[in-house]
Ligand binder design. Structure first.
Ligand SMILES: [Zn+2]
Length: 256
């Protein structure tokens, strides 16, 4: 790889060691950086079209050619981008205040350093936020992979009745049955005891809770609390915590 290109890739933080990154990895790194700029940095700072073109211009003449910063004079810059002197000056000041560039003013002009998304705190989504997005799309029913997390969410009891449950004796239940187009997301899968799972049949969660109340398996307070939890579940307010490493539940060993 040519030395100049290597310098550029390093300055973009796209490669770690000279021999470690393949061309494709480097290209993916550039693509990721550009995506982060478009998806996170620009929207986060509510950057105008003018600020965006200036940002790309500065990027082109600094980080993309392996420089930490470069000298920019306002007049040639305005001319080159077809903007007025005052609008360029104002935009640069705005961008500096937002934190997407850093300016050092000298007699010759403005030394400008472009900040990449991962160099500015709070621009890239945190792991927790990413996890929250991913968790919404996870399938909670298959292979009982998240049974521990579901039981933890239900505080160790059946979602419908007060019976205590464990990973090896609980059932995963579709609150809205699949026959009524209920899905496999954490908004519709709960951990329940075997008895509730069996007697619920094709009923919705709400219908079943009201049936338990009529059968006096739930008090009026229990019913109220559970209906509220049901509402929160469907609204996505009861997302299980997946921070702990996932453990695969193995079937009990049969002796003999
Ligand atoms: Zn139950």
């Amino acid at each position: 790889m040519a030395r100049r290109k290597l310098r550029f890739l390093r300055s973009m933080r796209l490669i770690g060691a000279p021999l470690a990154a393949s061309r494709m990895e480097a290209q993916l790194g550039i693509a990721d950086t550009l995506k982060s700029i478009e998806d996170h940095l620009f929207p986060r700072f509510k950057m105008t079209i003018r600020e965006r073109s200036l940002y790309y211009h500065f990027l082109r003449h600094t980080r993309l050619i392996g420089r930490e910063s470069s000298l920019f004079a306002i007049d040639p810059l305005a001319k080159q981008l077809g903007l007025s002197h005052s609008s360029v000056r104002e935009s640069i000041r705005e961008m500096d205040q937002k934190g997407c560039i850093k300016i050092e003013r000298t007699r010759q002009g403005h030394h400008i350093r472009v900040m990449l998304p991962d160099e500015i705190e709070g621009i890239l989504p945190t792991d927790t936020a990413k996890e929250q997005v991913e968790i919404e799309s996870l399938y909670f029913f298959s292979q009982r992979r998240y049974v521990n997390q579901l039981i933890a969410r239900e505080n160790g009891a059946c979602f419908y009745c007060p019976r205590k449950i464990r990973p090896d004796n609980c059932e995963l239940d579709h609150v809205i049955p699949t026959s009524l187009k209920g899905d496999n997301s954490s908004r519709n899968i709960v951990a329940s005891c075997h008895q509730c799972n069996t007697s619920k049949q094709g009923r919705t969660g709400e219908e079943f809770l009201r049936l338990l109340y009529r059968d006096e398996a739930l008090s009026q307070d229990d019913l109220r609390v559970r209906l509220h939890e049901l509402e929160e579940l469907h609204a996505g307010k009861r997302i299980p915590q997946l921070q702990k490493p996932l453990t695969l539940i193995r079937p009990p060993v049969v002796k003999g």
